[in-house]
Design a protein around this ligand. Structure first.
Ligand code: 8YV
Length: 317
């Protein structure tokens, strides 16, 4: 009988993914272990694959604990939390789940722009808590259509945000390393993030995170966006200097923010909770049934292809 490959699983998956994974592989659930180091020491030597999530990745210690590791399969497009150098050095393959989540992430970004600009969360509260009847009209909010939007990172997700925004008669600029062939006529390329922020009312961060993009949204960029500006992050927390962001939101040197990602999430900095000019979302931009099913399928397809010796559907390394 063929022995089933042993896989280290770093976080939970929906039952529709867990069941087929359990059928095909021996899954070792690291996230349920009371003592991670002991669990890794016990199971690591037999592990041939790691099944992880975008935000959890696979760090050097985890990879080192698995001397027979062949593949890290990420449930998510972002692989910044995987130690690629360690994988490269040992010829370990890395896969992710691009494309299937692009539309949902762009949708949530646009929804966050609308919800924050138009004060929809507060307005819902205003109705529920009786303020509408007792206090009267809801405070006036900010227009969206016709504004100037900057998109930092015109990859798959940034492109889909821009395409959606065309319907809002919005003036679109984008930041990237170089002008993109796929940019539509009228989308302006602005190389410098400070200049991009200075000429934007709303700034989307849609950059794939890496060491090179860490804190690319720094104090200067944030202050260039300014007291009337809205910063939206649907990428990774590391792209923003969170300390500078918290400070600018508190002092109103930045008007508002809408964030789906946080340093140390899910244990975000508690100072965010005290701010009334930030919309907080629990890292769920790809969190629809449709997309998560497709992500789970692609995660399994990547693993299955690897163990069948076939080409990987979505290889990073
Ligand atoms: C998460 C993400 O992977 O795609 C990414 O990079 O961050 C998300 O899709 C998702 O929350 C599953 O963990």
């Amino acid at each position: 009988m063929m022995t089933r490959p042993q896989i280290l699983q770093t976080g939970p998956y929906p039952a529709w993914d867990q069941e087929p994974l359990d059928e095909r592989f021996t899954m070792h659930r690291l996230f349920e272990a009371p003592d991670r180091a002991a669990f890794l020491a016990q199971h690591g030597p037999a592990v041939r694959g790691i099944a992880t999530r975008g935000e959890l990745g696979a760090d050097a210690a985890m990879i080192a604990a698995c001397p027979r590791l062949e593949i890290v399969s990420v449930y998510g497009v972002g692989f910044d939390a995987v130690d690629l150098e360690a994988c490269r050095a040992r010829g370990i393959r890395v896969t992710n789940t691009p494309d299937v989540l692009t539309g949902d992430v762009a949708d949530l970004g646009v929804a966050m722009m609308l919800a924050q600009s138009r004060g929809m969360i507060g307005a819902d509260r205003w109705v529920r808590d009786g303020s509408w009847a007792s206090k009267g009209l809801y405070p006036l909010q900010r227009r969206v259509w016709g504004k100037r939007v900057g998109i930092l990172g015109l990859g798959r997700i940034g492109y889909e945000v821009a395409r959606r925004l065309e319907g809002f008669d919005i003036q679109i600029s984008y930041g990237a390393r170089a002008p993109h062939d796929k940019a539509h006529p009228g989308w302006q390329f602005v190389a410098d993030p400070v200049s991009l922020a200075a000429q934007s009312d709303i700034l989307f961060v849609t950059l794939a995170a890496s060491a090179a993009t860490r804190h690319i949204i720094n104090r200067e960029v944030i202050e260039s966006l300014g007291p009337e500006g809205l910063l939206i992050n649907i990428s990774r927390a590391s792209n923003i200097d969170e300390e500078a962001l918290l400070d600018a939101l508190k002092t109103r040197r930045l008007g508002a923010a809408a964030l789906d990602v946080f340093e140390g999430e899910p244990a975000l900095d508690p100072r965010f909770l005290d701010l009334d000019n930030v919309l907080l979302q629990p890292h769920h931009a790809s969190g629809t049934m449709e997309t998560r099913r497709a992500m789970g399928q692609l995660l399994r397809d990547n693993l299955a292809a690897h163990f069948a010796g076939q080409p990987l559907p979505a290889a990073v390394l």
